[in-house]
Design a protein around this ligand. Structure first.
Ligand code: NAD
Length: 342
C-alpha cells in the first residue's frame, strides 16, 4: 500500500477516506484525482491537502490520457469514489450519470490493467440491488436498479467486475448503504434538513416519509473500505451497512430533535417517480470475513453531525444561499417536486 490513488477524494466520503489514509503509517503517498464538480471541494480535505504525502490532480476520470499519466506515476492501489452521486439529479440526466459512473470506471480499469495495479476498489451502493419489500440483499442478490443513479452505478460495478473476469485486474466492489456525517454537500436528506432546520426553515418529506433506508456513518464506511482495500479478496463484492434501517419520517424525527425544531417545520409532498420504497442489505460477509463492525450509534452520529453543521456555517451557508453554483444539472430535476433529496 505504498501509494494509493483515490478518485473523487475531494467529495464527501472520498475526503474522509483520504484523511484516514494520510495518517496510515504504511501509506507513503496518496494521489487524489478529482474533477471538482459542484460536489467536490478541496476544503473537505482540511490539513491533509497540505500534507507532503498528498498530490492533488484536478481532472476527469473520463480523460484517458490524464488517467494513464496518473496511473503511470506509481500508484499500487486505486480506490474509486468519483461519481455523480445524487439520485434526484439523475432523473433526466441519465446520460451524464452513465458517462461518469460507467464509462469513467472503464477508463480507470483499462489504465489500472495497463499499469498492473495491485488492488482496485470500486466504491458502490446498495441501490444497485433495487427496492426490497422484505428481507435484506446479500452480495448474491440480482442487480435490479431502478432510478438512473442506481442504473449507472450498477453499470460501473459490472465494468469493474468484468475487468476482474477478463483482464484479471484485482477488483473488489463495496456496496454501502446511505452515508451521513460531516462535510456532506447539503442536497441529500440529512445535510439538507440539518442546514434548513438550523436556519429555522421548513423541510419537505416525500410521500409521508415512508421510504426506508439504512444509515451508515461515513467513518464506518471508510473503515470498511479500508478493510476491503487491505484484505478483500479479488473478484469479491462486500456489502457495508450500518445498524439502523429507518423510515424517512423516523429519521426526520431525530433531525428535528437534534435541531430543537418541531413537526410544524415539516410539509408532506407527493413522491417523485420511481422513488424506491425500501433498501436493505445484509453485511454479514464483511463482518465475518474482514472483521467489519460499524461503531457509531445513529443517535450519536446524528447529534455529532448536527453539531458540525451548527459550528461550520462557512462550509455550507454559501451553498445554501446559492453563492456557489450548486446545480449544474438542476435543469434536469423534475420541477415542482420540492427538495430533491436522496
Ligand atoms: P460526492 O458527490 O460527495 O463526491 C463525488 C466526488 O467525485 C466529488 O469530489 C466530485 O468532484 C468527483 N467527481 C465527480 N465526477 C467526476 C469525474 N468525472 N472525474 C473526477 N472526479 C469526479 O459523493 P459521495 O457521497 O462522497 O460518494 C462517493 C462514492 O460513494 C460514489 O461512488 C457514490 O456512488 C458512493 N456511495 C455514496 C453513498 C452516500 O450515501 N453518499 C452511499 C453508497 C455509495
Amino acid at each position: 500500500m505504498e501509494h494509493v490513488l483515490v478518485t473523487g477524494g475531494a467529495g464527501f466520503i472520498g475526503s474522509h477516506f483520504v484523511k484516514r489514509l494520510i495518517t496510515a503509517e504504511d501509506v507513503a503517498r496518496v494521489t487524489v484525482l478529482d474533477a471538482l464538480t459542484y460536489a467536490g471541494h478541496v476544503e473537505n480535505l482540511g490539513t491533509a491537502f497540505f500534507s507532503d504525502k498528498l498530490r492533488f490532480v484536478h481532472g476527469n476520470v473520463q480523460d484517458a490520457d490524464l488517467v494513464n499519466d496518473v496511473m503511470a506515476s506509481g500508484p499500487t492501489a486505486v480506490v474509486h469514489f468519483a461519481a455523480e452521486s445524487h439520485v434526484g439529479r439523475s432523473y433526466g440526466a441519465a446520460r451524464e450519470f452513465l458517462s461518469t459512473n460507467a464509462l469513467g470506471t472503464q477508463v480507470l480499469v483499462d489504465a489500472a490493467h495497463r499499469h498492473t495495479i495491485g488492488k482496485f476498489v470500486h466504491v458502490s451502493t446498495d441501490e444497485v440491488y433495487g427496492p426490497l419489500v422484505q428481507g435484506s440483499a446479500t452480495e448474491q442478490a440480482a442487480l435490479r436498479p431502478s432510478v438512473p443513479y442506481a442504473v449507472s452505478k450498477a453499470a460501473g460495478d459490472l465494468v469493474a467486475l468484468g475487468a476482474y473476469q477478463t483482464l484479471g485486474l484485482p477488483v473488489c466492489v463495496t456496496r454501502s448503504s446511505n452515508n451521513y456525517g460531516p462535510y456532506q454537500y447539503p442536497e441529500k436528506i440529512i445535510p439538507l434538513f440539518l442546514t434548513r432546520l438550523l436556519r429555522g426553515m421548513p423541510v419537505t418529506l416525500h410521500d409521508r416519509g415512508q421510504h426506508v433506508r439504512n444509515w451508515l456513518h461515513v467513518e464506518d464506511n471508510c473503515a470498511g473500505i479500508e478493510a476491503v482495500l487491505r484484505d478483500g479478496k479479488p473478484g469479491e463484492v462486500y456489502n457495508l451497512g450500518g445498524g439502523a434501517d429507518l423510515s424517512s419520517k423516523d429519521l426526520t424525527g431525530y433531525l428535528l430533535a437534534v435541531c430543537g425544531a418541531t413537526w410544524d417545520a415539516v410539509t408532506y409532498i407527493p413522491d417523485r417517480p420511481a422513488n424506491d420504497i425500501r433498501y436493505s442489505i445484509d453485511w454479514a460477509k464483511a463482518r465475518d470475513q474482514l472483521g467489519y463492525r460499524p461503531k457509531r450509534r445513529l443517535e450519536d452520529g446524528l447529534a455529532e453531525t448536527a453539531e458540525w453543521y451548527r459550528r461550520n456555517p462557512d462550509r455550507w451557508a454559501p451553498i445554501a444561499r446559492g453563492k456557489i453554483p450548486a446545480v449544474p444539472l438542476a435543469r434536469t430535476i423534475p420541477s415542482g417536486k420540492g427538495s430533491p433529496h436522496a
